[in-house]
Write a protein that binds this ligand. Structure first.
Ligand code: 76R
Length: 238
Protein backbone atom coordinates (compact mmCIF):
# COMPACT_ATOMS: atom_id res chain seq x y z
CA UNK A 1 0.00 0.00 0.00
CA UNK A 2 1.44 3.37 -0.99
CA UNK A 3 0.06 6.70 0.19
CA UNK A 4 1.53 9.25 -2.19
CA UNK A 5 0.84 12.83 -1.07
CA UNK A 6 1.42 15.67 -3.47
CA UNK A 7 1.15 19.42 -3.79
CA UNK A 8 -0.36 20.80 -6.98
CA UNK A 9 1.33 23.76 -8.66
CA UNK A 10 -1.79 25.89 -9.05
CA UNK A 11 0.43 28.80 -10.21
CA UNK A 12 1.84 26.80 -13.11
CA UNK A 13 -1.54 25.24 -13.87
CA UNK A 14 -3.07 28.72 -14.29
CA UNK A 15 -0.40 29.56 -16.84
CA UNK A 16 -1.25 26.65 -19.17
CA UNK A 17 -3.26 27.29 -22.31
CA UNK A 18 -6.78 25.78 -22.38
CA UNK A 19 -5.52 23.22 -24.91
CA UNK A 20 -2.67 22.08 -22.67
CA UNK A 21 -5.01 21.90 -19.71
CA UNK A 22 -7.39 19.66 -21.66
CA UNK A 23 -4.54 17.41 -22.74
CA UNK A 24 -3.20 17.10 -19.20
CA UNK A 25 -6.67 16.39 -17.81
CA UNK A 26 -7.38 13.71 -20.40
CA UNK A 27 -4.14 11.91 -19.57
CA UNK A 28 -4.77 12.22 -15.84
CA UNK A 29 -8.29 10.82 -16.24
CA UNK A 30 -6.91 7.91 -18.25
CA UNK A 31 -4.26 7.23 -15.64
CA UNK A 32 -6.92 7.30 -12.92
CA UNK A 33 -9.13 4.89 -14.85
CA UNK A 34 -6.25 2.50 -15.60
CA UNK A 35 -4.93 2.47 -12.04
CA UNK A 36 -8.27 2.31 -10.17
CA UNK A 37 -8.70 -1.37 -10.97
CA UNK A 38 -7.50 -3.92 -13.47
CA UNK A 39 -10.09 -6.39 -14.72
CA UNK A 40 -9.33 -9.89 -13.42
CA UNK A 41 -6.41 -8.82 -11.21
CA UNK A 42 -6.86 -9.10 -7.49
CA UNK A 43 -5.26 -6.59 -5.15
CA UNK A 44 -4.83 -3.88 -7.78
CA UNK A 45 -6.74 -0.78 -6.70
CA UNK A 46 -6.02 2.95 -6.57
CA UNK A 47 -7.96 6.00 -5.49
CA UNK A 48 -7.40 9.72 -5.64
CA UNK A 49 -8.48 12.22 -2.96
CA UNK A 50 -8.10 15.98 -2.72
CA UNK A 51 -6.49 16.90 0.57
CA UNK A 52 -7.38 19.81 2.82
CA UNK A 53 -4.71 22.10 4.30
CA UNK A 54 -1.05 22.87 3.67
CA UNK A 55 0.41 19.35 3.89
CA UNK A 56 -0.70 18.28 0.42
CA UNK A 57 -3.25 19.02 -2.30
CA UNK A 58 -4.02 15.44 -3.20
CA UNK A 59 -3.19 11.88 -2.25
CA UNK A 60 -2.95 8.75 -4.34
CA UNK A 61 -3.77 5.58 -2.42
CA UNK A 62 -2.41 2.56 -4.26
CA UNK A 63 -2.85 -1.13 -3.44
CA UNK A 64 -0.56 -3.46 -5.37
CA UNK A 65 0.50 -7.07 -4.74
CA UNK A 66 4.23 -6.31 -4.93
CA UNK A 67 6.50 -3.39 -4.03
CA UNK A 68 7.95 -3.55 -7.55
CA UNK A 69 4.43 -2.89 -8.89
CA UNK A 70 4.37 0.31 -6.84
CA UNK A 71 7.73 1.33 -8.29
CA UNK A 72 6.44 0.73 -11.82
CA UNK A 73 3.33 2.74 -11.01
CA UNK A 74 5.37 5.66 -9.67
CA UNK A 75 7.36 5.76 -12.90
CA UNK A 76 4.20 5.51 -15.01
CA UNK A 77 2.77 8.50 -13.13
CA UNK A 78 6.02 10.46 -13.64
CA UNK A 79 5.53 10.05 -17.39
CA UNK A 80 2.14 11.83 -17.32
CA UNK A 81 1.99 15.62 -17.87
CA UNK A 82 0.25 16.12 -14.51
CA UNK A 83 3.25 14.73 -12.65
CA UNK A 84 5.46 17.67 -13.61
CA UNK A 85 2.98 20.05 -11.97
CA UNK A 86 2.92 18.01 -8.77
CA UNK A 87 5.48 17.76 -6.02
CA UNK A 88 5.64 15.09 -3.42
CA UNK A 89 5.24 16.28 0.15
CA UNK A 90 4.92 12.92 1.93
CA UNK A 91 4.65 9.26 1.12
CA UNK A 92 4.07 6.12 3.11
CA UNK A 93 4.69 2.45 2.38
CA UNK A 94 2.95 -0.29 4.35
CA UNK A 95 1.52 -3.75 3.89
CA UNK A 96 -2.10 -4.68 4.54
CA UNK A 97 -2.15 -7.19 7.36
CA UNK A 98 -4.42 -9.20 9.59
CA UNK A 99 -3.73 -8.13 13.13
CA UNK A 100 -2.86 -11.03 15.43
CA UNK A 101 -5.41 -9.42 17.76
CA UNK A 102 -8.35 -9.69 15.39
CA UNK A 103 -11.56 -11.11 16.79
CA UNK A 104 -12.29 -13.95 16.51
CA UNK A 105 -8.65 -15.11 16.41
CA UNK A 106 -7.98 -16.82 13.13
CA UNK A 107 -7.48 -20.59 13.28
CA UNK A 108 -3.89 -21.84 13.52
CA UNK A 109 -2.49 -23.69 10.56
CA UNK A 110 -5.15 -22.48 8.12
CA UNK A 111 -4.19 -20.29 5.18
CA UNK A 112 -6.25 -17.11 5.80
CA UNK A 113 -6.48 -16.62 2.04
CA UNK A 114 -8.79 -19.67 1.93
CA UNK A 115 -11.30 -18.06 4.33
CA UNK A 116 -13.44 -15.40 2.59
CA UNK A 117 -13.83 -12.94 5.52
CA UNK A 118 -10.07 -13.00 6.19
CA UNK A 119 -9.21 -12.85 2.53
CA UNK A 120 -11.40 -9.76 2.25
CA UNK A 121 -9.39 -8.07 4.99
CA UNK A 122 -6.03 -9.08 3.49
CA UNK A 123 -6.86 -8.13 -0.08
CA UNK A 124 -9.22 -5.20 0.43
CA UNK A 125 -10.77 -3.04 -2.23
CA UNK A 126 -10.87 0.71 -1.65
CA UNK A 127 -13.90 1.31 0.57
CA UNK A 128 -16.58 3.19 -1.27
CA UNK A 129 -16.73 6.24 1.01
CA UNK A 130 -16.31 9.90 0.25
CA UNK A 131 -13.62 10.71 2.82
CA UNK A 132 -10.27 9.31 3.87
CA UNK A 133 -8.30 9.98 7.04
CA UNK A 134 -4.71 8.77 6.94
CA UNK A 135 -2.00 8.94 9.58
CA UNK A 136 0.96 6.82 10.58
CA UNK A 137 1.37 5.66 14.18
CA UNK A 138 3.61 3.63 16.46
CA UNK A 139 3.22 1.88 19.79
CA UNK A 140 5.22 3.49 22.57
CA UNK A 141 8.49 2.17 23.92
CA UNK A 142 8.65 4.66 26.79
CA UNK A 143 10.47 4.81 30.10
CA UNK A 144 7.46 3.52 31.99
CA UNK A 145 5.38 1.68 29.41
CA UNK A 146 6.64 -0.43 26.54
CA UNK A 147 4.22 -2.22 24.18
CA UNK A 148 6.93 -4.61 23.03
CA UNK A 149 7.63 -5.87 26.53
CA UNK A 150 4.04 -6.87 27.19
CA UNK A 151 3.03 -10.50 26.76
CA UNK A 152 0.91 -11.46 23.77
CA UNK A 153 -2.02 -11.93 26.10
CA UNK A 154 -1.65 -8.46 27.61
CA UNK A 155 -1.48 -6.92 24.17
CA UNK A 156 -4.55 -8.86 23.06
CA UNK A 157 -6.44 -7.62 26.12
CA UNK A 158 -5.63 -4.03 25.21
CA UNK A 159 -6.57 -4.60 21.59
CA UNK A 160 -9.90 -6.14 22.61
CA UNK A 161 -10.89 -2.77 24.09
CA UNK A 162 -9.73 -1.10 20.92
CA UNK A 163 -11.68 -3.53 18.73
CA UNK A 164 -14.85 -2.98 20.84
CA UNK A 165 -14.76 0.78 20.23
CA UNK A 166 -13.87 0.24 16.58
CA UNK A 167 -16.76 -2.16 16.05
CA UNK A 168 -19.21 0.41 17.48
CA UNK A 169 -18.14 2.63 14.60
CA UNK A 170 -17.86 -0.10 11.98
CA UNK A 171 -21.15 0.86 10.29
CA UNK A 172 -19.79 4.38 9.67
CA UNK A 173 -15.97 4.11 9.63
CA UNK A 174 -13.94 1.41 7.93
CA UNK A 175 -10.31 0.84 8.89
CA UNK A 176 -7.68 -0.86 6.77
CA UNK A 177 -4.88 -2.02 9.06
CA UNK A 178 -1.46 -1.88 7.43
CA UNK A 179 1.88 -2.52 9.07
CA UNK A 180 5.08 -0.70 8.20
CA UNK A 181 7.80 -2.00 10.51
CA UNK A 182 10.94 -2.18 8.42
CA UNK A 183 9.16 -0.45 5.54
CA UNK A 184 8.66 3.11 6.70
CA UNK A 185 9.19 5.52 9.61
CA UNK A 186 6.27 4.49 11.80
CA UNK A 187 4.88 1.08 12.73
CA UNK A 188 1.41 1.24 11.15
CA UNK A 189 -0.48 3.27 8.63
CA UNK A 190 -4.01 4.04 9.78
CA UNK A 191 -6.38 4.42 6.84
CA UNK A 192 -9.94 5.28 7.79
CA UNK A 193 -12.80 5.74 5.35
CA UNK A 194 -16.19 7.39 6.01
CA UNK A 195 -18.88 9.55 4.43
CA UNK A 196 -18.55 12.26 7.08
CA UNK A 197 -15.16 13.67 8.18
CA UNK A 198 -16.48 14.64 11.61
CA UNK A 199 -16.80 10.94 12.40
CA UNK A 200 -13.00 10.61 12.21
CA UNK A 201 -12.70 13.28 14.88
CA UNK A 202 -15.29 11.66 17.14
CA UNK A 203 -13.87 8.16 16.72
CA UNK A 204 -10.24 9.15 17.27
CA UNK A 205 -11.30 11.23 20.30
CA UNK A 206 -13.04 8.20 21.79
CA UNK A 207 -9.99 6.03 21.15
CA UNK A 208 -7.66 8.50 22.86
CA UNK A 209 -9.22 7.40 26.18
CA UNK A 210 -8.90 3.72 25.40
CA UNK A 211 -5.75 2.34 27.12
CA UNK A 212 -4.36 0.84 23.87
CA UNK A 213 -4.15 4.41 22.55
CA UNK A 214 -3.96 6.42 25.81
CA UNK A 215 -0.94 4.52 27.11
CA UNK A 216 0.77 3.30 23.97
CA UNK A 217 -0.05 5.26 20.85
CA UNK A 218 2.16 7.84 19.17
CA UNK A 219 0.97 9.62 16.04
CA UNK A 220 2.44 11.13 12.93
CA UNK A 221 0.81 13.76 10.70
CA UNK A 222 -2.87 13.49 9.84
CA UNK A 223 -4.26 13.92 6.32
CA UNK A 224 -7.92 14.35 5.40
CA UNK A 225 -9.07 13.95 1.82
CA UNK A 226 -12.21 13.80 -0.32
CA UNK A 227 -12.49 11.23 -3.10
CA UNK A 228 -12.01 12.42 -6.65
CA UNK A 229 -13.52 10.33 -9.40
CA UNK A 230 -12.88 11.31 -13.02
CA UNK A 231 -15.69 13.89 -13.10
CA UNK A 232 -14.76 15.40 -9.74
CA UNK A 233 -11.11 15.58 -10.81
CA UNK A 234 -12.13 17.71 -13.78
CA UNK A 235 -14.27 20.11 -11.78
CA UNK A 236 -11.66 20.35 -9.01
CA UNK A 237 -9.05 21.59 -11.49
CA UNK A 238 -11.40 23.85 -13.44
O1 76R B 1 -12.32 -7.23 15.58
C1 76R B 1 -11.69 -7.29 14.52
O2 76R B 1 -11.62 -8.29 13.81
C2 76R B 1 -10.90 -6.11 14.07
C3 76R B 1 -10.60 -5.34 15.27
C4 76R B 1 -9.46 -4.40 15.03
C5 76R B 1 -8.10 -4.66 15.13
C6 76R B 1 -7.40 -5.96 15.44
C7 76R B 1 -9.63 -3.02 14.72
C8 76R B 1 -10.86 -2.41 14.50
N1 76R B 1 -8.40 -2.44 14.69
C9 76R B 1 -7.43 -3.41 14.91
C10 76R B 1 -6.06 -3.26 14.91
MN1 76R B 1 -8.01 -0.44 14.59
N2 76R B 1 -7.65 1.53 14.56
C11 76R B 1 -6.45 2.15 14.86
C12 76R B 1 -6.68 3.55 14.96
O3 76R B 1 -6.20 6.88 16.72
C13 76R B 1 -5.98 5.90 17.47
O4 76R B 1 -6.11 5.98 18.71
C14 76R B 1 -5.51 4.60 16.87
C15 76R B 1 -5.63 4.56 15.35
C16 76R B 1 -8.02 3.78 14.68
C17 76R B 1 -8.73 5.11 14.64
C18 76R B 1 -8.62 2.50 14.43
C19 76R B 1 -9.97 2.31 14.09
N3 76R B 1 -6.01 -0.81 14.88
C20 76R B 1 -5.41 -2.04 14.88
C21 76R B 1 -3.97 -1.88 14.90
C22 76R B 1 -2.94 -3.02 14.85
C23 76R B 1 -2.50 -3.41 16.24
C24 76R B 1 -1.66 -4.68 16.26
O5 76R B 1 -1.80 -5.53 15.39
O6 76R B 1 -0.89 -4.81 17.23
C25 76R B 1 -3.74 -0.51 14.95
C26 76R B 1 -2.39 0.17 14.98
C27 76R B 1 -5.00 0.15 14.94
C28 76R B 1 -5.21 1.52 15.01
N4 76R B 1 -10.07 -0.13 14.38
C29 76R B 1 -11.04 -1.07 14.21
C30 76R B 1 -10.60 1.10 14.02
C31 76R B 1 -11.97 0.88 13.62
C32 76R B 1 -12.91 1.99 13.15
C33 76R B 1 -12.24 -0.46 13.73
C34 76R B 1 -13.53 -1.19 13.42
C35 76R B 1 -13.96 -1.04 12.00
C36 76R B 1 -13.29 -1.98 11.06
O7 76R B 1 -12.99 -3.14 11.42
O8 76R B 1 -13.06 -1.57 9.92
Amino acid sequence: MLHDLRRWRWDRWQELTPGKKEQLLDRWQDFLEESERVEGEEGVYSALYRVVGHKADFVWVHFRPRVADLLDLERAWERTPAASLSQRTFSYLSVVELSRHSAPPFPEGVDPMTLPPLRERLVPTIPNYRWICFYPMSKRRGETVNWYQLTGEERSNYMRGHGAIGRNWADRVKQIVSGSMGLDDWEWGVSLFADEPLWFKKLVYEMRFDPASALFAEFGPFFIGERLDQTALRSWLR
